[in-house]
Write a protein that binds this ligand. Structure first.
Ligand SMILES: [Zn+2]
Ligand SMILES: [Zn+2]
Length: 249
């Protein structure tokens, strides 16, 4: 079991005296004194400079209202073409019996092509609408000025009795300076599993002392999408710490 864990687990090492480690885009921070472990990850800013520019150009050309109308028009056309396709699939007998198969296949083909075209057009205008809405500043009433000034941050915090996950988004207005920092708790399915008392492999890799590694906190188990176990170890001799991530599939 222990050997199995060692080979499969991702191991994040904190040599004696170090309390931070960066691993696969996530910053791990341990605070042994208060028994808190923090994991933070920066996400991408929602709108790339290219998508912003495209939306602004489109809005200058058409006006925001027209973009909204087109998005709603293409969503309706998309729905219609899906309905048409379903109709041709399930009620082919409504089409006249003669030369049925040719018209039917042609109809289905056309329905699929228009679905793809309408979906693309809807996505294109919808993205512009979203940017127009998100970049509007409620304080000064201007469009294209509200923007993310820092990458969004996902933070997981493990304490003795709680485990929380939050998403922080940083927005401000380029025009009037209005700032909006939103911290939203993220849904999480978490429970604790009891730490293991006797480890099979308990020699410290840092100082080489035998029977020095102990599992010092209970195991954090996360379900649903994450499906991972987080285990916490330390060396009683030299102060080396280690976090082991076990992904379950
Ligand atoms: Zn403003
Ligand atoms: Zn050690």
């Amino acid at each position: 079991m222990a050997a199995d864990l060692l080979s499969k687990d991702r191991r994040i090492r904190f040599p004696s005296g170090s309390y931070q480690a960066f691993y696969k885009g996530i910053n791990y921070k341990i605070d042994p004194e208060n028994d808190i472990v923090e994991m933070t990850q920066k996400l991408n800013i929602r709108y790339s400079p290219e998508s912003r520019e495209e939306a602004v150009n489109l809005a200058n050309k058409l006006g925001i209202e027209k973009i909204q109308k087109r998005a709603s028009l293409f969503s309706k056309l998309l729905l219609l073409s899906i309905l048409l396709f379903l109709f041709l699939m399930f009620f082919p007998s409504y089409i006249s019996a003669k030369s049925e198969s040719f018209f039917l296949s042609a109809g289905k083909f056309l329905a699929i092509v228009s679905e793809i075209v309408f979906l693309y057009m809807f996505g294109y205008y919808k993205a512009a609408v979203n940017y127009c809405t998100d970049s509007y500043c409620e304080k000064c009433g201007k469009h294209f000025v509200f923007e993310e000034f820092q990458a969004p941050l996902v933070k997981e915090e493990s304490k003795i009795d709680t485990y929380t996950k939050t998403l922080t988004q940083y927005w401000h207005c380029r025009n009037c300076g209005h700032e909006d920092i939103k911290i939203e708790p993220q849904p999480l399915d978490h429970h604790h599993e009891k730490k293991q008392g006797n480890l099979i492999e308990d020699t410290c890799e840092e100082c080489g002392k035998e029977h020095a590694i102990e599992e010092y906190r209970n195991i954090d188990v996360l379900n649903y999408v994450l499906r991972k176990k987080i285990r916490y170890f330390k060396c009683r001799n030299c102060g080396y710490h280690e976090i082991r991530l076990h992904k379950r599939f």
